[in-house]
Design a protein around this ligand. Sequence first.
Ligand SMILES: NC(=O)c1ccc[n+]([C@@H]2O[C@H](COP(=O)([O-])OP(=O)(O)OC[C@H]3O[C@@H](n4cnc5c(N)ncnc54)[C@H](OP(=O)(O)O)[C@@H]3O)[C@@H](O)[C@H]2O)c1
Length: 298
Amino acid sequence: MKILVTGSKGQLGHELLIQGNNLGYAILPADLPELDITDKTQVKHWLEKFQPSLVVNAAAYTNVDKAETEQNLAFAVNRDGPANLAEACAKFEIPLIHISTDFIFDGKKRSPYIATDPVYPLSIYGKSKQEGENEVRSRLKKHIILRTAWLYGVHGQNFVKTMLRLGREKEVISVVADQFGSPTSAADLTAAVLQIISRIKKYNGDINWGTYHYCGIGITTWHGFTKEILSLARQYISIKTKDVKPISTAEYPTKATRPCFSALDCGLIKKNFGINIKPWQDSLKTVIRQLCQKETEK
Ligand SMILES: NC(=O)c1ccc[n+]([C@@H]2O[C@H](COP(=O)([O-])OP(=O)(O)OC[C@H]3O[C@@H](n4cnc5c(N)ncnc54)[C@H](OP(=O)(O)O)[C@@H]3O)[C@@H](O)[C@H]2O)c1
């Protein structure tokens, strides 16, 4: 089965290449500059030329704060890109798995969001991703929109790597303790995407298409996440930090407003695709070991 992965140089895209190839799929990687998803003609050309059986869109504009000032680019990549992909997929009758985000919610709920909850994004990034979802829904029946949250992995830039760096450099780190969510390992998310693909293959496309949630099990804050990162890392590398200070969002102003609660209910993906999800701490353990081993090998 030939699978086109857009955004293949990103955190998720990179994992999809590794795990997908290991499972025997013919993964066709595509990222800038070869395939710019904002270019309708290029997108159509790639699908026509390579005729994949399925497309996974892992490409996105993911700099949440910069999106506030680079609005045109954020909407081009996160709204027009998925629209171009969905339109071309519809033309060639190819299913699309599109990745979206917890930042489409406003955070006012106090229990994990289900896929049908109303969305009210607070930022340009969230708004651009919401509009991207709508474009996919309106153009292509055979789609999976998979919303995830707080993504990190061995490849690419992410919160875990930033905290490991700060942990080696600083005695005191101040981290926001009033935003709640669920850290998600890119490797786990990839395994979930591949499990969905195996179902699509097995049932010849006769599956429950639509919108799903996937994130690590359990809810924490960025502060709780940081404490766990550093405590796990201490087994492998020298950590200077003695105090991880909890602070409020107001004490750490950012350009983009983030939801103060964005945990996702993953019941539907478990039920429809038989996907097992690990507690976020278990997945973090694996990634910290891999990152610290890489570090000590340098
Ligand atoms: N990261 C998170 O915490 C998080 C949380 C929730 C949901 N998500 C969603 O999860 C998905 C994967 O995120 P990620 O963290 O793996 O993202 P990432 O590491 O930023 O990777 C995105 C990739 O897309 C590429 N890209 C940007 N514009 C493109 C374009 N016009 N055409 C083709 N490729 C383009 C990027 O290239 P450049 O690097 O050169 O721009 C990058 O290689 C995204 O849909 C994101 O919205 C992420």
